[in-house]
Design a binder for this molecule. Structure first.
Ligand code: NAP
Length: 286
């Protein structure tokens, strides 16, 4: 199947490689061209522009940083104008639901189909095709794309109409970001109480109180290894998207607003490109 894949960062590079591994013909484009060229060894075909990538493709997958990047590529660089009529655009970037619905509208006016399909799971899940897709859009479109989702992930959740995948993803990430910060605050207090990090980890992480992802992140915190799986700047982006979307929905997220201040501080201290777990450097200090 002819597929175009645009956006080859931490997640996109691994997802595109899995599509090629499953036997699909994948044309890849990335703003920084070296990342596309690096995927030639995985069986993908690097191209020089979004237009070149999507020309004649039946499926187009985007995995870009944020709403601005998505608009720059899809509209600014002519991606949607170059897509073949009737082809399906699957946007896996984490954006807000109103951006997804706007992109769906841009697609519809050009006789294109659109699914918002952000993912749960980080670089390891992307590499091992264990992602969970949160999909918004038409059920038939989802079915037609199932071979792609199965090549990249372990589970696909149909959340509802266009924008519902993005909504579910923001709900997921507002919890994730707060849980990561709350855990570090708890570890900070434990240290003040004279408890070792190992005691806390061994006692609490296996219980139902702790979210499962902390079982992985504990090792990054223990070794202060802030190499990025999920860049902290993207966690802050998601917090801000959730705060703004909540406001539009008539809700103030007071806990999330407190978390936003912590993540903003981490960004200003130079941890933007570090892993989300680097929030430990701020949240554990009180
Ligand atoms: P990343 O490594 O920072 O990659 C971001 C991608 O967006 C790169 O391909 C980057 O191109 C591109 N980009 C940024 N601004 C652009 C612009 N103005 N024009 C064109 N391309 C632009 O991020 P990632 O971790 O792969 O995440 C991608 C998306 O998935 C984000 O929305 C993130 O929130 C979401 N997500 C991430 C994870 C995770 O654990 N990492 C998990 C679930 C969801 P360059 O290479 O040229 O910079």
């Amino acid at each position: 199947m002819e597929i175009a894949f645009l956006g080859l960062g931490i997640m996109g590079s691994r997802m595109a490689a899995n599509l090629a591994r499953a036997g699909h013909a994948v044309r890849v484009w990335n703003r920084t061209a070296e990342k596309a060229e690096a995927l030639a060894s995985s069986g993908c075909t690097p191209v020089d522009s979004p237009k070149q990538a999507v020309a004649g493709a039946k499926f187009v997958v985007t995995m870009l940083a944020d709403p601005q990047a998505l608009q720059d590529v899809a509209l600014g660089q002519g991606m949607v104008d170059a897509m073949a009529a009737g082809s399906l655009w699957i946007d896996c970037s984490t954006v807000d639901p109103s951006t997804s619905r706007r992109m769906a509208q841009e697609a519809a006016t050009r006789d294109l189909k659109f699914l918002d399909a952000p993912v749960s799971g980080s670089s390891g899940a992307a590499a091992n095709a264990k992602l969970v897709f949160f999909v918004g859009g038409d059920a038939q479109d989802l079915e037609s794309a199932r071979p792609l989702f199965e090549a990249m992930g372990a589970r696909t959740v149909h959340a509802g109409a266009q924008g519902a995948g993005a909504s579910l993803k923001l709900v997921n990430n507002l919890f994730l970001a707060q849980a990561q910060a709350a855990w570090s605050e708890a570890l900070g207090l434990a240290e003040k109480f004279g408890l070792s990090q190992e005691t806390v980890n061994e006692a609490i992480l296996p219980t139902h109180v702790a979210p499962a992802f902390l079982g992985f992140k504990r090792f990054k915190i223990e070794s202060r290894d802030w190499s990025p799986e999920f860049p902290l700047k993207h966690a802050l982006k998601d917090i801000r998207l959730a705060l703004s979307a909540a406001k539009d929905a008539g809700m103030d997220l007071t806990q999330l607003a407190a978390a936003e201040a912590l993540y903003a501080q981490a960004l200003s201290r130079g941890f933007g490109d570090a892993d989300i777990s680097a929030i430990h450097e701020i949240a554990s200090r009180g």
